[in-house]
Design a protein around this ligand. Structure first.
Ligand SMILES: CC(C)[C@H](C(=O)O)[C@@H](O)C(=O)O
Ligand code: SF4
Length: 464
């Protein structure tokens, strides 16, 4: 019998076209592109006189630069980016979902919901949060612009073999602990670079109990721990999700695929390079206080004393507290926010909007607080409207927007002015992320909604 192998290694090995010096050349089953990181790659292709090798395995969307209150792109730089993507896609016969298209949205929301991301496949995109697609059991890598060019030209990518890391969430979490809280709790434990060079496989009861949408939230944030990717082995939940997708396999092709996917898992006795175990049963909803996603605490906690940290981490904490204008010892529940943002490829899916709407139903956004609800895709927007979620948000005083990356990062008009403080369901709280001097706190959609109601960090239980 062959040696017990991890799922990560199985998918990797099945895609090796050639072993090269220090790297493997992997076949890419799906290449996702967007306007922010593809222009230079197409320029390089043109300079070399090459064509896109597999336009049929390439899918483009407009997401980073698009405004969410209009279908017209006012900013000249953003407009040029988008027009360039349109021209490149037209020239190479690549399917593109434009701003306003029924299938447009954030690239990492669109791929899975369309059914083009499948278990056991490889996915690349010139975007770090490509790790999201691991929720379906795919090995999904964010790559740089030169790699984007390489994938366009050859449908392969040269990558150094990553380490494997098992992340087990043992036991079931309390009801108010969401996938986002699992991710933040893991980050608090690992630190912003604690999984450097590894691909994570998420295991355990808490992960099995998550919907595919929740698994996407978890896998999405793998890169925030420095991981190359993160995945969850396919199971019945995965199959149920894929069965309903517009472009997933049908008929005999489905039967064949489903049989294959059912066998895609880490063998008993397979050895990971590293293993981390988190007890899910004792977790609470989390919120970040600093400027990296690992600087997170439970909602009942206080802003930490930098003296608690040692070495370089103390300087990092001091700097973060200064930027965030926070005093050690302040209860997280006492910190007031100016803005609440619900959206992004981390938490902009239907399940996320439902969770936020459940909290907001019959309640109002606190006076002086601005709340943006930005569906992760046009499909999500329509589905949410079909069940009346838009009305819940509007009645509470929130804004209901078109889909896009929006306030997740300052590449479009949805930016935080001045030193505003924001409760955000996105994945990054770096200095300047949502606006030059803006202050970002990462939370789950339910926490974001409860925070909007009280104007201070709160969990839904605080509203009862
Ligand atoms: C613009 C893009 C390169 C970037 C990424 O790689 O992640 C963005 O999506 C982000 O979330 O910061
Ligand atoms: S929503 Fe945010 S994290 Fe996701 S791709 Fe867009 S900018 Fe990146």
């Amino acid at each position: 019998m062959s040696r017990p192998t991890t799922l990560i290694d199985k998918v990797w090995d099945a895609h090796v076209v050639q072993h090269q010096d220090g790297a493997d050349l992997l076949y890419v089953d799906l290449h996702l592109i967007h306007e922010a990181t593809s222009a230079q790659a197409f320029d390089g292709l043109a300079l070399a006189g090459r064509r896109v090798r597999r336009p049929d395995l390439t899918l483009a969307v407009e997401d980073h630069n698009v405004p969410t209150d209009s279908l017209t792109i006012g900013d000249p730089v953003a407009s040029l980016q988008v027009r360039t993507l349109r021209r490149n896609c037209a020239e190479h016969g690549i399917r593109l979902f434009r701003h306003g298209d029924a299938r447009q949205g954030v690239v990492h929301v669109v791929g899975p919901e369309l059914g083009v991301v499948l278990p056991g496949t490889t996915v690349t995109c010139g975007d770090s949060h490509t790790s999201t697609h691991g929720a379906l059991g795919a090995l999904a890598f964010g790559v740089g612009t030169s790699d984007v060019e390489h994938v366009l030209a050859t449908q392969t990518v040269a990558l150094r073999r990553p380490g494997t890391m098992a992340v087990e969430f043992a036991g079931l979490p309390p009801d108010d602990v969401t996938a986002k809280d699992l991710a933040l709790a893991l980050l608090a434990r690992l630190g912003a670079n604690g999984a450097h060079g590894h691909v994570l496989e998420y295991l355990g009861d808490a992960v099995r109990a998550l919907s595919v949408e929740g698994r996407m939230t978890l896998c999405n944030m793998s890169v925030e721990a420095g991981a190359r990717a993160g995945l969850v082995a396919p199971d019945e939940t995965t199959l149920d999700y894929l069965r309903q997708r517009p472009e997933s396999p049908r008929g005999a092709a489905w039967e064949r695929a489903a049989a294959h996917w059912s066998g895609l898992r880490t063998d008993a006795g397979a050895v990971f390079d590293r293993t981390v175990r988190v007890d899910a049963t004792t977790l609470t909803p989390h919120v970040t206080w600093g400027t990296n996603p690992g600087q997170a605490v439970g909602i009942g906690d206080r802003v930490p004393d930098p003296g608690r940290f040692t070495g370089a981490e103390r300087a990092v904490a001091l700097r973060a507290l200064e930027y965030m204008a926070l005093t050690p010892g302040t209860a997280m529940r006492d910190i007031a926010v100016d803005t609440v943002f619900i959206g992004s490829c981390t938490n902009g899916r239907l399940e996320d909007l439902r969770a936020a709407a459940d909290v907001l139903r019959g309640r109002a956004v606190a006076p002086g607080v601005r709340m943006l609800v930005v569906p992760g895709s046009t499909q999500v927007r329509r589905a949410a409207e079909a069940e009346g979620l838009d009305e819940v948000f509007l009645a509470a005083g929130a804004q209901w927007r078109l889909s896009g990356c929006s306030m997740c990062l300052g590449m479009n008009p949805d930016r935080l002015p001045g030193t505003q403080r924001c409760a955000s369901t996105s994945n990054r709280n770096y200095e300047g992320r949502q606006g030059n001097t803006a202050r970002t706190h990462l939370v789950s959609p339910a926490m974001a909604a409860a925070t909007a109601v009280t104007g201070r960090f709160a969990s839904p239980a605080d509203l009862d």
